[in-house]
Design a protein around this ligand. Structure first.
Ligand SMILES: NC(=O)c1ccc[n+]([C@@H]2O[C@H](COP(=O)([O-])OP(=O)(O)OC[C@H]3O[C@@H](n4cnc5c(N)ncnc54)[C@H](O)[C@@H]3O)[C@@H](O)[C@H]2O)c1
Length: 434
């Protein structure tokens, strides 16, 4: 096939090497050719190239790569605060872009990407794989079909276990300047799911956030796990040598740039919260109660949509110390059935692959020609921007103790009239019956 897309991979850490490297070439070789690899760490790039089984040239500099390799698609898998610069350069070189989430970390960076996309006429896709998980797609169908009437509120709680959650505190994610905090880095997925499910924009956010377990809250600290005097006592000790993949990709390459994969989760200078709650009010009047916890004995999420005619509930199990079936069960509960509330169990089998098959479906949607998108799962730069903006607003609210209005942060993302905040209807009588 000679109309394959000639793509360049920028950033050869875990995500670049697996999802957008090894797996992409294994399953989508008929649609793409890897023509260049770029990473600021040449040894990591070389290790990644071997793992990907490619002979594409390696560049340490994105400008040189774009000028010489002239890819027509650039896939950006670098740390979050670097996305904007690489995305803009790629767009200006004439390439389309797939960027890993979060699309960016600040309002200025979001603007640079939106402006460049408009100016160049190229396209940015954001890697929101959770939209493509089969259960998320089924929920979206139920909501769009009006099965529970008009949604009035959502309860959404996400749990990271001590392995996954701690991982964000080992490296660059642990600094708000690099990741925007987990309200941006991680919750961008969750806010995007909400924006997509509800088919509306968030208007106002209030939040609380604290550091309760990691960073300065830890009992002791060391330079990094490998050299730590507290190895024996630390619940978060990571033995990189026990994971040949991580060891090869990160340990020796760290000698070049000092980027250690096993940084101490108790570093004093960690400045992101590990425990977060946010309330969001949407422009279509839906109220959302959201939380993110990063040191749980379970991994997964709870979500419930409360509507005028019923409720949709899901408890998605990803990891927990008891057996769960290889499928999700969505409960569809109706308010006004004859004889009282009625419910239906909707079983959605898990598909193989990352994010229960979401990763594969995302790659199909973006890379296979002629795909249709009836659920609007493909996410562009505006969706990337809106979900990041929720996180920026949440962090600002948590820090300032104030409500934050999203249209005031980025008016250009919002069309139509921006209503004043005051919305709560006064009760007809005070202190009891109405
Ligand atoms: N969609 C998902 O589910 C998902 C899952 C994991 C990670 N991610 C995202 O993927 C991205 C990468 O994550 P990771 O865990 O692989 O990170 P990582 O830190 O392990 O790897 C990043 C790589 O980028 C390189 N790099 C840094 N700055 C660069 C620059 N300016 N130019 C070129 N290379 C540069 C680093 O040397 C490193 O090799 C992040 O944005 C993350 O949020 C998304």
């Amino acid at each position: 096939m000679d109309n394959k897309r000639r793509f360049a991979l920028v950033g050869t850490g875990n995500r670049g090497t697996t999802m957008w490297g090894r797996e992409l070439l294994a399953g989508w070789r008929g649609f793409v050719d890897l023509v260049a690899i770029a990473d600021t760490n040449p040894l990591r790039a070389e290790r990644a190239r071997t793992m990907i089984a490619s002979n594409a040239p390696i560049y340490g500099d994105v400008d040189a790569m774009l000028a010489e390799a002239q890819p027509d698609l650039v896939i950006v898998c670098t740390p979050d605060d670097t996305h904007d610069e690489i995305v803009v350069k790629a767009l200006e070189s004439g390439a389309d872009v797939i960027t890993e989430k979060p699309m960016a970390t600040t309002v200025d960076k979001i603007r640079r990407i939106l402006d460049a996309e408009k100016r160049t006429g190229r396209r940015v896709d954001v890697s929101f794989n959770y939209r493509f998980a089969p259960t998320a797609a089924r929920i979206k169908q139920l909501l769009d079909a009006g099965e529970i009437g008009r949604v009035t509120s959502v309860d959404f709680h996400w749990y990271l276990d001590t392995e996954h959650g701690a991982d964000y505190f080992r490296r660059w994610h642990a600094y708000a300047e690099r990741s925007g905090s987990l309200f941006v880095h991680k919750a961008t997925h969750h806010f995007d799911l909400l924006n997509w499910y509800l088919d509306s924009e968030p208007d106002t956010v209030s939040a609380f956030a604290d550091l309760q377990m990691y960073g300065r809250k830890g009992p002791f600290r060391g330079p990094r796990c490998k050299l730590c005097p507290h190895k024996q006592d630390c619940d978060f000790f990571l033995d990189l040598a026990a994971d040949p993949f991580l060891d090869a990709l990160y340990e020796q390459p760290s000698a070049i740039d000092g980027y250690f994969r096993d940084g101490c989760v108790f570093r004093e200078n960690i400045d992101i919260p590990d425990t977060m709650v946010a309330n969001l009010r949407y422009r279509n009047d839906v109220h959302v109660s959201y939380s993110l916890n990063t040191f749980q004995p379970i991994e997964g999420h709870h979500i419930a949509f409360n509507g005028t005619k019923g409720r949709i509930e899901l408890r998605q199990y990803e990891d927990q110390p008891w057996e769960t079936p290889p499928e999700d069960v969505i409960l569809l509960i109706r308010n006004f059935a004859k004889g009282g509330p009625a419910f239906e169990r909707i079983t959605v089998p898990h598909s193989p692959g990352g994010h229960y098959g979401g990763d594969d479906r995302l790659r199909n949607m973006i890379l296979k020609p002629g795909m249709t998108d009836p659920l609007g799962q493909r996410a562009g730069a505006r969706a990337g921007a809106l979900s990041v903006l929720c996180g920026i607003a949440a962090l600002e609210s948590a820090r300032s103790g104030k409500l934050v209005r999203l249209p005031e942060l980025m008016p250009e993302l919002f069309e139509g009239e921006v209503r004043p905040f005051a919305h709560t209807e006064a009760p007809a009588t005070i202190g009891g019956r109405r």
